[in-house]
Design a protein around this ligand. Structure first.
Ligand code: KG4
Ligand code: ZN
Length: 358
């Protein structure tokens, strides 16, 4: 008897991800080829380089996912592919690959919003964490979801599957973008998020305070002021360390650790406070966290504690399912497929595709 699998393809940014998802939630295979090493020397993603790398890796990634799953084409009921938001060239590689497979194997195609994928990662179950995931249970509605990635930062309310009301979003930089830019200012590698998280663990002094942009009672975020503050604080720290005359000399490690801690604390404070306030205001019965920055240990711990206090569960995927991957696109795609959605072969890339309106 054939199975009911969704083949999911993600190529919107700098990871080529392909997964096979069963019954909309169980990860059968999930392969990610990361381009981090490729973009590290330039300190950020170069779109042309990213698109070419997707082209190079997409077939080997499919081969590996296919082999891991041990299945055949009659087992695949749908092909889900990210069609936005993201880098146009990178999206086009995944979309055209998905269309070719759909046409050749006569399997229906579903277009998925990458941001919806980050939300639906919270419904995934996999063998790696099966026991704890089962204990954890699924998110319950109404819920508040915080999506924090390299390109987006927003809070949405969901009263049912696939419906979103935007509560607030960043008015300038995304949280991940702030981590990446400030990581560079601190002399840490790319991407800045994980590097700042690691550096902050070594902080012994916690005296340097970074500003928080609260923006009144709104659920909007702003992180560009933090960048300016970080530049000023780095200049002061360099002067204190007697490094003003040598711009190439790195800051001593304990100082970088202290700065990393202060910056991370400021970002986490605003994200956690607004998420909990939104959950309380809307009477949420659960909180969902997704996107690359949700891999941050301190953010996860802080929202877990606050949600505990509020008496509602926090559902956050394991870190490797918070950063970009195909499995999350499969979870969202399966839900859309079950709701009757189908894409035609003229599905196009939507680099600025939104998820929700206010
Ligand atoms: O969701 P994602 O993988 O890609 C986008 O859709 O953008 O998010 C990538 C972002 C990067 O900015 C990266 O620095 C950040 O997530 N990130 C982290 C951590 N791991 C990844 N930020 C803070 N702490 C982490 N542990
Ligand atoms: Zn993402």
């Amino acid at each position: 008897m054939s199975r009911s699998l969704v083949l999911a393809i993600e190529s919107s940014c700098d990871e080529t991800g392909i997964a096979l998802i069963e019954d909309g939630r169980r990860i059968v295979s999930n392969v990610v080829a990361s381009q981090v090493a490729l973009h590290a020397p330039s300190g950020g993603i170069v779109p042309e380089v990213a698109a070419r790398a997707h082209l190079r890796w997409i077939v080997p990634v499919l081969d590996e996912a296919w082999l891991d799953a041990g299945i055949d084409w009659p087992d695949v009921s749908a092909i889900a592919v990210t069609h936005g938001p993201g880098l146009a060239g990178s999206l086009l590689v995944g979309i055209n690959f998905a269309k070719a497979l759909s046409w050749v194997h006569d399997v229906p195609l579903v277009g998925v919003n990458h941001l919806e994928g980050h939300v639906y990662a919270a419904w995934l179950h996999d063998a790696a964490t099966a026991a704890t995931e089962d204990e954890r249970g699924d998110p319950v509605f109404p819920l508040v979801a915080l999506v924090v990635s390299g390109g987006h930062t927003f809070l949405v309310e969901m009263r049912d599957h696939l419906t979103y009301r935007l509560l607030g979003s960043t008015v300038d930089d995304a949280a991940g973008e702030a981590f990446d830019k400030v990581g560079r200012l601190f002399g840490l590698g790319y991407p800045g998020g994980p590097a700042i998280g690691r550096a902050a663990e070594g902080a012994t002094a916690r005296d340097r305070l970074f500003p928080r942009a609260w923006l009144g009672d709104s659920f909007d975020f702003s992180f560009s002021g933090l960048k300016t503050a970080a530049r000023r604080i780095v200049t002061e720290a360099r002067a204190d360390a007697g490094l003003t005359d040598d711009p190439t000399a790195p800051l001593p490690e304990p100082i970088v650790a202290e700065l990393a801690w202060g910056f991370q604390d400021a970002v986490v404070d605003v994200l956690a406070t607004k998420t909990i306030r939104a959950a309380r205001a809307g009477g949420a019965r659960s909180i969902v966290l997704g996107g690359g920055v949700a891999a941050n240990t301190v953010l996860r711990a802080r929202i877990t504690d606050a949600a505990d206090e509020l008496g509602i569960p926090l559902v956050v995927p394991r870190p490797s399912l918070c950063t970009d991957n195909g499995a999350m696109i499969g979870a969202a795609g399966a839900r859309r497929f079950a709701a009757g959605e189908r894409a035609s072969l003229d599905l196009d890339a939507r680099p600025s595709l939104p998820l929700a309106a206010r």
